[in-house]
Design a protein around this ligand. Structure first.
Ligand SMILES: Nc1ncnc2c1ncn2[C@@H]1O[C@H](COP(=O)(O)OP(=O)(O)O)[C@@H](O)[C@H]1O
Ligand SMILES: Nc1ccn([C@H]2C[C@H](O)[C@@H](COP(=O)(O)OP(=O)(O)O)O2)c(=O)n1
Length: 224
């Protein structure tokens, strides 16, 4: 499958990966892998099955047997995500689920159990892959590697705005604390820590509009 182009986009929470990869995949007509959704689904499925976040074997089993479907939606809307046939699109987007995802994601057997499932998304005509280790571990031979970042303060402001639009009012300071804790856990774990691949192009989106970031990413991908 190495002749299928892969654009890997990694970066911390709130850097704009989900927004940019969705727009990019649509524009190029490529498939999209939201790898974070798989970690979120693992956390949710474990909770539903009563598997504790300390039970390494249990978590790996949950990750390896996830019954997941991603259904396309109109432009601008997140893909619909089904777990065991049930719509969990909103449920997996909460801050708590993101935090739980980051906790199960430190466990190597969980990462191993999800590896092939992620690689299976690499299908013609191409793939845009969103995550933490797309360019370093899952698709080390990716055609283009982008590391998207922004200051923690900017990412907390974006998350605040996003939650307000969803009717949830959480203080920016609380969100900043959460973002820092999640950055710390994702960057300092032993397995596939969040870091730019050696051959990644780093794009700092602080102070840039979504369109400006998309332009830079398209240029980096040679498609501008
Ligand atoms: N360059 C940008 N400028 C302003 N807001 C942005 C930018 N990129 C993304 N956002 C907004 O920030 C929030 C988080 O973006 P998202 O794509 O979910 O990030 P990630 O997937 O990296 O966690 C969303 O509400 C999104 O609309
Ligand atoms: N490729 C990936 C994707 C996500 N994770 C883990 C670490 C992240 O904090 C959680 C949630 O990721 P997700 O991309 O959905 O979260 P954000 O939208 O960036 O807030 O999952 C991972 O370890 N490896």
């Amino acid at each position: 499958m190495m002749d299928v182009p892969v654009i890997a986009v990694d970066g911390p929470s709130g850097s704009g990966k989900g927004t940019i990869t969705q727009m990019l995949a649509r524009r190029l007509g490529y498939h999209l892998l939201d790898s974070g959704a798989l970690y979120r689904l693992t956390a949710l499925a474990a909770q539903r099955q009563g598997v504790s976040y300390e039970d390494v074997d249990g978590l790996a089993r949950v990750a390896g047997s996830l019954d997941v479907a991603f259904q396309p939606t109109p432009p601008g809307e997140p893909a619909r995500v089904l777990l065991d046939g049930q719509d969990v699109t909103s449920e997996i987007r909460t801050e708590t689920c993101g935090d739980n995802a980051s906790k199960v994601a430190v466990i190597q057997p969980v990462r191993d159990a999800l590896l092939q499932r992620q690689r299976d998304f690499c299908q013609p005509p191409g793939l845009v892959a969103d995550g933490r280790d797309m360019g370093t571990v899952v698709f080390p031979d990716a055609t283009v590697k982008i590391f998207l970042t922004a200051s923690a303060e900017e990412r907390a402001r974006r998350r605040h705005q996003q939650l307000l639009e969803a009717g949830v009012d959480v203080s920016i300071d609380a969100l900043l604390d959460e973002i820092r804790a999640r950055d710390d856990r994702d960057m300092n774990r032993a397995s596939a820590p969040l870091r730019p691949a050696d051959d990644a192009q780093v794009i700092d989106s602080t102070g840039l509009s979504i369109e400006e970031v998309l332009g830079k990413v398209m240029a980096a991908a040679g498609q501008a």
